[in-house]
Design a protein around this ligand. Structure first.
Ligand SMILES: C=C(O[C@@H]1C=C(C(=O)O)C=C[C@H]1O)C(=O)O
Length: 387
């Protein structure tokens, strides 16, 4: 397929997103490098072999192999290519499009809405206790060391949630995170994730071990306490070890960097970057090997997933799953096969006036049920503050 590059004066990516209302589309803002991609107009689902014929493909993969909940609208488990890609980086904007002319965008003022909504989930804490106890039982029996428990909390607004306004707030409020929104049919899955599952540049892979959390409070120590907290360090080490071992199945050598604090607006995480060199495998092969890491699923993986299937009372869909871009023939920016996949956390699924927000946390033997519940409430703030 032939794509043409047109420089454009359009400066507001949200105006692009807004104008393609009703179309299958993606909004992506990597605030670490300040690169925005807005894609719209599905061409088709492609295979990896077809990648060089397209500039970028959007990849998403459901958390579990199967997805039965229809609210997810067949989202995920495919590489999708689009007709229009609007790209903005280093102050320059371009269209990369399969059309012979660039779309005309009206740069209207992006609505800034304060939603009025109520929480409609009931019986949430007792359900959390059952999940927590189920996990603790599996830990005590020696089946698992760690399981990432999560909650799905439903909210209803007095009018449809205004996605453009929410994305705008997510970008403003989450410097350092990856802001994403994927609209298909009546559904929009969006969030501000701080976590890279895998990045590929040339033949180099990078992954984040991100686990261990501290809510910001009055003690101004930049989260340094986390670096000496035994429970959080143990949770974190489980993630490092598993990512390292998985990367070693595809890479000759894996370099584990020092653990440091990642600061987010309302909390701190322990983060360790892992690098590997691999001449043969694609980013999707690496992503499939890594997902879900013990930061999203648990350890050992299959047993932890079984525990989640037994005790977690809802379908995860794309929550905590790989989402992101794989580059095809994009001479302007990157090598074919490069890409960046994050995990879809600090996220929500929106259907008109209904919003389902997701948040999870790692549970190990030393975990306290109420403290972990509070941690999920802190993580839910990423979405709630943007409403
Ligand atoms: C699962 C989530 O977060 C993950 C769990 C963390 C933890 O248990 O400390 C930290 C970061 C994430 O890897 C979530 O936000 O939903």
């Amino acid at each position: 397929m032939k794509y043409t590059i047109f420089p454009t004066e359009v400066t507001n990516p949200l105006a692009v997103w807004q104008q393609f209302e009703g179309s299958e589309r993606v909004y992506w803002h990597d605030t670490q490098v300040n690169r925005v991609i807005v894609a719209a107009g599905r061409v088709k689902r492609i295979t990896e072999a077809e990648l060089p014929e397209y500039p970028w493909a959007w990849y998403s993969q459901s958390f579990f192999d199967t997805m039965n909940d229809s609210t997810w609208q067949d989202m995920g488990n495919e590489l999708v290519v689009f007709t229009y890609y609007y790209v903005k980086e280093e102050g320059k904007a371009y269209w990369v499009t399969a059309d012979s002319i660039a779309p005309v965008i009206t740069e209207t003022v992006v609505p800034h809405i304060k939603h009025t909504y109520e929480m409609v989930t009931t019986g949430d804490y007792p359900a959390w206790e059952r999940l927590f106890e189920g996990i603790q039982k599996s830990i005590q029996s020696g089946e698992v060391k760690k399981v990432v428990a999560s909650r799905k909390v439903a909210f209803h607004s007095d009018r449809p949630f205004q996605v453009t306004s929410i994305i705008h707030n997510l970008v403003e409020q989450n410097q350092g995170a990856f802001i994403f929104a994927y609209a298909k049919g009546e559904a929009v899955f969006l969030g501000a994730s701080p976590e890279v599952l895998v990045r590929k540049r040339g033949q180099d892979f990078m992954s984040y071990a991100l686990a261990g959390t501290l809510k910001k409070d009055d003690i101004q120590d930049g989260g340094e306490r986390l670096l000496t907290d035994a429970k959080n360090l143990r949770e974190h080490q489980i993630v490092i070890d598993r990512i390292r071992q998985t990367m070693l199945t595809l890479c000759d050598k894996v370099d584990v960097q020092d653990t440091h604090i990642m600061e987010l607006p309302n909390l701190y995480h322990l983060r360790t970057l892992l690098y590997g060199h691999d001449t043969n495998d694609s980013i999707l092969t690496m992503a499939k090997a890594l997902h879900p890491t013990p930061a999203m699923g648990g350890e050992p993986r299959e047993k932890a997933l079984q525990v989640l299937k037994t005790y977690e009372p809802y379908e995860r869909g794309l929550y905590a799953s790989p989402v992101g871009w794989v580059c095809g023939n994009t001479p302007l920016f990157r090598e074919a096969g490069d890409g960046l996949l994050i995990v879809g956390i600090r996220s929500a699924l929106i259907h008109g006036q209904d919003l389902y927000a997701y948040a999870g946390c790692g549970v190990v033997a030393e975990s306290d049920c109420e403290a972990e519940y509070t941690e999920t409430a802190t993580k839910l703030q990423t979405i709630l503050k943007a409403l």
